[in-house]
Design a protein around this ligand. Structure first.
Ligand SMILES: C[S@@+](CC[C@H](N)C(=O)[O-])C[C@H]1O[C@@H](n2cnc3c(N)ncnc32)[C@H](O)[C@@H]1O
Ligand SMILES: [Zn+2]
Length: 618
């Protein structure tokens, strides 16, 4: 089961960061005596760091400059004293801009901005407070035309509220006016990049990096980066640059204003460059001070973790294909394969907010991605070519007994098929496949009936000893689907059924042609509605030897706790193991199923019976 990220992996946000505990377990169970592991799509660098902790040399590549920097700092952290020295210099410099962030002599923490938008019909200026609202939509109060608050119609903002460090609120006109004058006082520095236009992530034509910030925030950040770029010691420079990028999103316009500003404040979570009609401007100086503590905690944890290792990790900001081709043949014991999954996350485009400040040129044309952005369009065909070009190098680079650990977090059958076909074409077979449930489930998936089970698949690929022919027999697939449905009284979320089918395809080495035909394959045995499959009525009285998932969970718990208490994690892992064939339930579902049978206290779970017998601490 995946656990949440510890401090050392919280120094910077990144999408798709893999859970370190899972990678740690795979490294120790499959790559224990390795000389060299390679992570060609290293992202945030978790795999590299976990290898280093286990005293294994590793090398990683990523096309995204921010990912490179994050991996490099994570794998090779700077001296803590030197970092602290430079970070403190930056904080002092930041402090010299404090006069840009004052209200009535007090330091401000937030300013709330309201977007002003031009009516495309009458050119009148409107905002959410100066318009007429119908349903959830806003209309021009002069002519009735629909108003949009996105960047295309963005005219500027008005400050409507200010909070100081003590959270005192200022709404008087004179204070608001004073703030706007402060913002306009600065002129925009150079080093301002255009974003790659892409409607899907709300990057509109003509939009520049600076448009994501108020002029004063952009000015302050640019000055800080200027200083950081001048740091001499390479590893300290990397760390302070990363420290600064870790706080730019929070200082941007991308933080929607919601009324509750307690507990650290909101963060950049919306996937894209959405400037909310009412958004926050955080004082970057205050934010940086808080970030420094967190960042330090992270590198201190890394420092401790690397105390007794002599392993070396190198990271390159290059494309997986180019860098891998230059690696010595037959030198690699293991490859961690966690590529971009089709059009799932546009990593490099999202990272523009960071890479702009890093002043790196970005090799968009080398990114493996499916994207319909206007420039650098990238199709599924190109994705397939790029992915297979990388996979086709594995055989040459891996030692004879080398293995590939692949993880996949997507249900898009197109991406699956491309990857699996390419492995099979190169003579690799899947020898082990598992689905890992995330430790934290979003509040959305708290209920048993919910369909959003999001976790990752982990598979081991090895060179096939004999060329096995993949099975075309559908029987396995329909049987496993029936089993899932029966264990849940005849109905189950589609995602759950698909998950079990994918595992069956992997574990049975079945034909990948089945991957994009789920619904067709399941038609003879199911009916569907919305997000659910239902077992066909005529099949429900077929001999049913599948026990219900609830009964199974109870049985597993009984036997797992028979000899005494266990931690909740240990118990849940037994349950995951025992229910994988019918689609494992989430932790909170398990807790509901076991109420009255198992007692859960803060640290342990034990059978209620044992508790009553007084044999609790057996
Ligand atoms: C799924 S993420 C990897 C996440 C990583 N395993 C982690 O735990 O953070 C895929 C990565 O591939 C990178 N990428 C995309 N195209 C690439 C290419 N041609 N060569 C190397 N990296 C690339 C992206 O920038 C992204 O960071
Ligand atoms: Zn109008």
């Amino acid at each position: 089961m995946a656990e949440t990220h510890p401090n050392e992996y919280l120094i910077h946000k990144y999408w798709a960061r893999k859970p370190s505990n899972i990678l740690r377990e795979y490294i120790s169970s499959h790559f224990k005596n390795a000389d060299l592991l390679v992570d060609p799509f290293c992202g945030s660098g978790v795999f590299l760091a976990e290898a280093k902790k286990q005293n294994i040399n590793a090398t990683g590549y990523d096309i995204n400059p921010l990912a490179y920097l994050l991996s490099e700092v994570t794998a090779n952290p700077p001296s803590i004293t030197k970092f602290t020295l430079e970070a403190d210099k930056l904080l002092k410099l930041a402090d010299s801009f404090a006069n840009l962030y004052t209200v009535d002599g007090k330091e401000i923490r937030y300013a709330v901005h309201r977007v002003e938008s031009v009516c495309s019909n009458c050119k009148e200026i409107g905002s959410i407070d100066h318009s007429s609202k119908r349903g959830s939509k806003y209309h021009c109060s002069s002519c009735g035309e629909r108003l949009f608050f996105n960047f295309e119609k963005f005219k500027g903002t008005k400050i409507v509220k200010i909070f100081d460090r003590e959270n005192k609120e200022y709404t008087e006109k004179k204070y608001l006016k004073e703030q706007e004058d402060l913002i306009r006082k600065v002129s925009l520095p150079v080093g301002n990049q255009n974003l790659i236009p892409n409607r899907r992530i709300l990057a509109f034509p003509g939009m520049r990096l600076s448009d994501l910030f108020t002029p004063r925030a952009f000015y302050v950040l640019s000055e800080l980066f200027d200083a950081a770029h001048k740091v001499k010691d390479e590893s300290v420079k990397n760390a302070v640059l990363l420290f600064l990028t870790s706080s730019v999103a929070q200082s941007s316009r991308l933080i929607p204003y919601r009324n509750n500003l307690s507990t650290g404040g909101p963060a950049w979570t919306i996937p894209g460059f959405w400037i909310a009609p009412l958004h926050l401007e955080t004082n970057p100086i205050i934010h940086l001070q808080a970030r420094k503590k967190k960042f330090l905690k992270g590198i201190e944890a890394l420092d401790r973790a690397y105390k007794s290792t002599s392993a070396r990790v190198s990271v390159l900001n290059r494309s997986a294909h180019d860098a891998l081709s230059e690696l010595e043949d037959n030198s690699v014991d293991g490859i961690f394969f966690d590529p971009p999954y089709g059009d799932n996350v546009p990593y490099v485009e999202f990272s523009a907010i960071w890479n702009g400040f890093l002043r790196k040129k970005i090799a968009y044309e080398k990114e493996i991605i499916v994207s319909d952005r206007k420039e650098h369009v990238s199709s599924w065909d190109k994705y397939a070519r790029d992915i297979s070009n990388v996979i086709s190098l594995f055989d040459k680079k891996l030692k004879r007994r080398g293995k590939i650990l692949m993880t996949f977090n997507n249900l898009d059958p197109r991406a699956w098929k491309i990857v699996l076909d390419s492995f099979s074409k190169n003579g690799y077979v899947c020898s082990e496949a598992k689905y890992q449930i995330p430790a934290v489930v979003s509040s959305k998936s708290q209920t048993a009936s919910n369909t959003s089970y999001v976790g990752d698949y982990y598979c081991i690929f090895e060179k096939a000893k004999t060329q096995k022919k993949s099975s075309h027999d559908l029987f396995h697939l329909t049987e496993s689907a029936k089993k899932v449905l029966r264990s849940r009284g005849g109905s189950a979320p589609k995602n759950l059924v698909h998950r079990v089918i994918i595992l069956t395809i992997l574990n049975e080495g079945m034909n990948t042609g089945f991957l994009d035909r789920f619904e067709e394959i399941l038609k003879p045995v199911t009916t569907q509605d919305g997000e659910y499959y239902h077992l066909r009525a005529e099949l429900s009285d077929e001999k049913n030897d599948a026990s219900s998932v609830e009964q199974l969970v109870k049985n597993i718990a009984e036997s797992s706790l028979r000899d005494g208490r266990k931690t909740l994690k240990e118990l849940y892992e037994d349950i995951l193991e025992g229910t994988s064939e019918i689609g494992s339930p989430l932790l909170n579902e398990v807790k509901t199923m076991l109420s009255g049978i198992v007692l859960f206290d803060k640290d342990f779970s034990y059978l209620q019976r044992a508790h009553q017998n007084g044999s609790l601490f057996s």
